[in-house]
Design a binder for this molecule. Structure first.
Ligand code: SF4
Length: 392
């Protein structure tokens, strides 16, 4: 059954590039941003239009990007650079400024390359490595303050308290709505899938945020209306949780394989997925309050964390595995994404007996069959375990 609001979101996305073109003619400015810790609330409150940039799954664009950066960078970084080099993407064409935060050292290198080769105006937001410390917080407060000043100069306006409060409330609403959608997609009687929610998240990176929140609320109401009775005696399914490197819009290889083999994705802790919307509680409507909230949420895997017992990333992962009733994890890493590749071992150790499959890949299709074989065996193993457990 198709949900009407999903069609509305697709239609809104289709008309968005033209809408942006028109808004720019009227004097509005578009800020493209990349990474994990850019406080969109500040961009929005200054009357600028935020667009989250970056797609995956296109081996040709990876090669274009690799002409300007070492091939020892992950494919997401290389593809992003390829998108800036070609400028065929309708959103990349509209950017007046590009903001990048330094959460991932590879990604943040894009800033100088975009600026140098393709003459985009850029701004960088520094991110502390020791983000859980008092000094880390002080550093990030200063960085967000500096970032705000830079954006004020660019926008030609000063940040107003009332506009910032409105922006925070809008983004809080979006975060809550995405969390609800994740809850619904994991239910047995869900009228939408993880893939649907993932597409909705990707759409939100480009749409007008106020319009997006209204569409999300409409979608939730439609989902609630269409929840059916839980099916009795349903088939045994393999409920898969995705972890590791990001799975950005356009990168569907692994998701396609899992679904083609009858696996059901029920959750993730990806920085392109649910994690981005979690635990962001802005207690004080100021750039300092925003800085503290961003640092205190679920940390990005590329930031070092030495004490596994108090590592918020792992605690969050364990919590959501339970919450979504996952039977196993597929830990997906992109080639040269050292940040997540080196965390595979510790992630597996902390999770104990839960079935764990590590997939190391990139955006070319050459490893499709090899991945398919491994995922097939993993799904069969999960289903057999569940069948045996049901018999006991
Ligand atoms: S965290 Fe990994 S996948 Fe993400 S941009 Fe950095 S290197 Fe690439």
């Amino acid at each position: 059954m198709g949900l009407k609001t999903l069609d509305k979101i697709t239609a809104a996305l289709r008309s968005r590039p033209l809408e942006l073109e028109q808004l720019r003619k009227e004097g509005k400015k578009v800020v493209g941003w990349l990474a994990y810790n850019i406080p969109e609330e500040i961009i929005y409150a200054l009357g600028l239009i935020p667009i989250r940039v970056g797609q995956g799954g296109d081996g040709r664009l990876v090669e274009v990007g690799a002409r300007h950066i070492s091939t020892k960078n992950c494919v997401f970084v290389r593809q992003a650079l390829g998108q800036f080099a070609e400028k065929t993407d309708p959103y990349i064409q509209q950017l007046d400024l590009v903001a990048i935060d330094a959460t991932c050292i590879q990604l943040y290198r894009l800033e100088e390359l975009i600026n140098f080769y393709f003459e985009y105006k850029t701004v960088v937001l520094g991110v502390p490595r020791n983000f859980a410390s008092k000094e880390g917080h002080e550093y990030f407060r200063k960085e967000v303050e500096f970032f705000t000043t830079k954006l004020e100069e660019f926008a030609g306006v000063t940040l107003e308290q009332s506009k910032l409060e409105k922006a925070i409330s809008l983004y809080d609403g979006i975060r809550e709505a995405i969390k609800s959608l994740y809850h619904y997609q994991s239910l047995d009687n869900a009228p939408l899938s993880w893939r649907d929610v993932s597409s909705v998240i990707s759409a939100g990176y480009n749409l007008d945020r106020q319009n997006y929140l209204e569409l999300l609320q409409e979608l939730i109401a439609e989902v609630e209306e269409n929840l059916t009775e839980s099916p009795a005696g349903k088939e045994i399914e393999a409920r898969i949780f995705l972890s590791g490197s990001l799975i950005p819009p356009g990168d569907t290889k692994l998701v396609d394989i899992i679904e083609q083999l009858g696996g059901r994705i029920v959750g993730d802790d990806l920085w392109s997925g649910l994690n981005f919307f979690l635990n962001l509680e802005i207690k004080e409507s100021t750039p300092f309050g925003i800085a503290d909230a961003y640092l205190d949420r679920v940390p990005h895997g590329s930031l070092p964390y030495l004490d596994l017992k108090s590592d918020g990333r792992l605690a969050n992962l364990k919590h959501h595995l339970h919450e979504f009733g996952a039977d196993g994890i597929i830990y997906h890493t992109l080639r040269y994404c050292d940040a997540f590749t080196f965390k595979a071992g510790e992630t597996k150790d902390v999770l104990g007996k839960l079935p764990f499959l590590e997939i190391h890949t990139e955006y070319s299709g050459s490893d499709f069959e090899a991945i398919r074989t491994r995922v097939e065996a993993f799904i069969e193993m999960i289903k057999s375990k569940k069948e045996i457990a049901e018999l006991v």
